[in-house]
Write a protein that binds this ligand. Sequence first.
Ligand code: HEC
Length: 466
Amino acid sequence: MNYPFWNIPYLGSGWVIGIIAIFHVMISQFAVGGGLYLPMAERKALKEGREDWLKQLQVHSKFFLTITGVYGTVSGVGIWFAIGLTHPEATSTLIHNFVFGWAMEWAFFLVELATAAVYYYTWGKIDRKLHLTVGWVYAGASAATLIIINGILTFMLAPGDTWLSVAGTGKEASVFWHAFFNPTYWPSLFMRTAVCLALAGIWALITSSMIDGDEKPALKTTIVQWSVKWPMASFVIMPFAMIWYLFMVPSSQRALLTLGIDTIGQGTFSTVTRIVLVVIITSATIVGVAYQLGYKNPRDFNLGTAISILLLALMATGAGEYSREMLRKPFVVGQWMYSNGVRVRGPVRSVETYNRDGYLKDSMWVWGGDAATTSSYSRGEAIFRGECSSCHTMDGYRPVRQLLAGRDQQNITNFVKMLHDHKPDSPYIKYMPPMVGSDQDITDLANYLNYQVNPPGAAQQTVTRN
Ligand code: HEC
């Protein structure tokens, strides 16, 4: 590996991205859905001559600007920060392939941020029609950000055959549109659009729950009911979108969904299946609660309920993003780059070259320099961090110490060899990449792991030094 490793004990670096990303997705999808909600509501208010709606929309657009403009943008930058540190190899692939995609994305961000601010600050100050137009421009720009980012996100799950045929040749950018409109592009866009619409209504329930129902019964009733319709509409679209999406996911990855049912072993992937169920159940609860407490009883709809619905939506979003991540295992870029940055094939930093040259050949920063002078323990630790820590920690999330507990040195070595050989009948092949490197690397990693599992002082500890 050619980048130093960012070690996050217990949590694992993947979760650093995950936590920021779930938070960001909740807000950025609100930014897209809410971008449509605002001008649609404003148009309705203008048409029906409802001044009270216009006042309320002004309140909501301030909330919208704060949440999306502050928390949305900061968390978006946070994702870049985290992925750059956690996954330099994959981040570099995404930048190199989609340079113009990112450029377009940032141009639209700029329009989005500018129009959101103009929209809020010009309420009652400019011609009403012009104000509504600003809202539509915002809606268009924010929809464009989704249309673009969706191509890049779905690429990571299924880059498509055309891109894969040129991957690693330096000509990847020439098939930009193939990579962009990859097999899961449309179903994913459809699905995310449905989520955006749901979130627009759910976030709007926060501001509308704060309207005094005794003082302004008509306003509260109409706004709450109109907002509840958004997640309800989305809930009707969602099942179709999900089925279409799963249908387009490469079959090797779809197998991960059923793996949990097929395997009886502890752990493995039953989580993906369970997490998908969480998405479905929480979404159904959201719609049930919003309908019963919001649509049917809008005047008494309170902030507590609105926040509960928002938290359920956070759970559903988190679970949805988590299962998307899990579906991609063991790859970060489907069929091309494993989660730990090792390429499946090709002339650089691939399974083949690492097996031939050793894993740490380019790791200039490993303590003490090259393999000849560094201890087996240090090399083992560096290999563990580079090859395993994108998915495991020692003691926290997916803890290797615990997963290997009870095995002795020989047993651990056999396990590492099995990962290394990556035979088609290996039970690990579906969700773990091969362990790559030389025979010395296998020994170093096994020694390091044994040292962790069976610490010195306990029996059979065999750390060797060169
Ligand atoms: C792409 C992600 C990923 C990478 C990289 C990865 N693993 Fe795993 N590993 C998993 C998953 C997922 C499981 C199953 C989850 C569970 O049982 O909690 C697992 C399970 C294991 C187990 C338990 C196996 C069993 O029989 O129960 C061990 C031990 C293990 N991994 C060690 C390693 C080592 C050592 C490396 C580095 C050479 C590594 N893993 C790299 C994802 C990964």
